[in-house]
Design a protein around this ligand. Structure first.
Ligand SMILES: [Mg+2]
Length: 337
């Protein structure tokens, strides 16, 4: 398997539209990825068409751009398509407007559901008809999950299963680089939430690329950003995402109701088609290239939709499996912006 290597700028020049993943490509949970602000500035200066396609359903685009701007990444909210915004077409298509809906997520996630026509009820309710698992944050995690689990199981037992909707199918996300849960974490060497940025100093660690002098910064593989570095402050820190919560609920439903149909989440974000359909509606062209850091979502989704897909090698995905089918392979490896 030989996949051509390139840069994000070269891919942008080769296609009418660039679709950019956010987490792991432009930002982490705690800061901007070095080089991303300059890349966006260059796209703007060259008048290139681009959209950010993100599975994040916890923030409105207007909220996200303020957060990004504070980190020096200047994006217009109109360029962002979130998985949360897919709730509106989904609720319309499924006739769910007016349905009593529990939303696991922060206030912006509830706002997405309201915009879709949902009647949002508290997470302590016992009789909602729809459950939207939008995000892992924004509520007391364990007690809410236990309650929701109980309600979902009870409704399935009564033969009135809830409609389960998952805007963000991601299982994990890159929380920050550096000061991860290595052996030093317990000793207090780990940086807390008040630490500068995302703990990424932008310099390549003692990985194989750095040693050879080939590359630096996020272009270097094996610098710990991909989680492959040894223990210590270079390790990457991960967080669980909404898709993991959905899996727990689905497994519990299967445990109690083995083989019963209809006890699964409807999944809306990458790699599913809806988000790429939304991009196509906006741009009107299939000459789009997706640049993302996750094989299972960004790359598989784009390839399945018939688009070119560059894997950003500074994000979540580790070494590619040798037996990866051609249809799920990135068309390019993106080594740097
Ligand atoms: Mg990503």
């Amino acid at each position: 398997m030989s996949i051509p290597e390139t840069t994000a700028r070269a891919l942008a020049e080769a296609h009418a539209v660039v679709l950019l993943d956010a987490y792991g490509v432009l930002v982490t949970g705690h800061g901007v990825i070095p080089g991303a602000p300059e890349f966006i500035r260059d796209l703007d200066a060259a008048g290139r068409a681009y959209l950010v396609l993100t599975n994040d359903a916890s923030k409105h685009p207007t909220t996200a751009v303020k957060r990004y701007a504070a980190w020096g990444l200047m994006l217009d909210a109109s360029r962002i398509i979130t998985s949360g915004s897919l709730l509106a077409p989904y609720f319309a298509q499924e006739g769910l407007q007016g349905a009593r809906t529990m939303v696991m997520g922060p206030p912006d996630a509830e706002a997405y559901a309201r915009e879709a026509g949902a009647e949002v009820v508290p997470l302590t309710s016992v009789d909602a008809d729809v459950l939207v698992v939008a995000d892992e944050a924004g509520y007391p995690f364990l007690e809410t999950l236990d309650h929701v689990l109980s309600v979902v199981l009870y409704r399935a037992e009564r033969g009135e299963p809830m409609r389960l909707v998952l805007p963000n199918p991601d299982l994990i996300y890159p929380k920050r680089k550096g000061a991860g849960p290595g052996p030093d974490a317990a000793s207090g060497a780990r940086s807390g939430p008040t630490a500068r940025g995302d703990g990424w100093d932008g310099s390549a660690g003692p990985g194989p690329d750095a040693a050879s002098g080939a590359r630096s910064g996020p272009t270097a593989r094996g610098d710990g950003w991909d989680g492959s570095a040894g223990p210590g402050p270079e390790r990457m820190e991960f967080g669980i995402a909404a898709g993991s919560i959905a899996r727990v609920l689905e497994d519990a439903l299967q445990l109690r109701h083995p083989g019963q149909e209809g006890l699964r989440f409807a999944r809306l974000g990458k790699p599913y088609r809806a988000i790429y359909e939304a991009a196509l509606t906006r741009t009107g062209t299939m000459d789009m290239v997706m640049i993302g850091d996750t094989l299972a979502t960004d790359i598989r989704g784009a390839r399945g939709f018939g688009l070119a897909a560059g894997l950003a090698t500074w994000g979540l995905t580790g070494p590619l499996p040798a037996d990866l089918p051609e249809s799920e392979r990135p068309t390019h490896l993106v080594r740097s912006f």
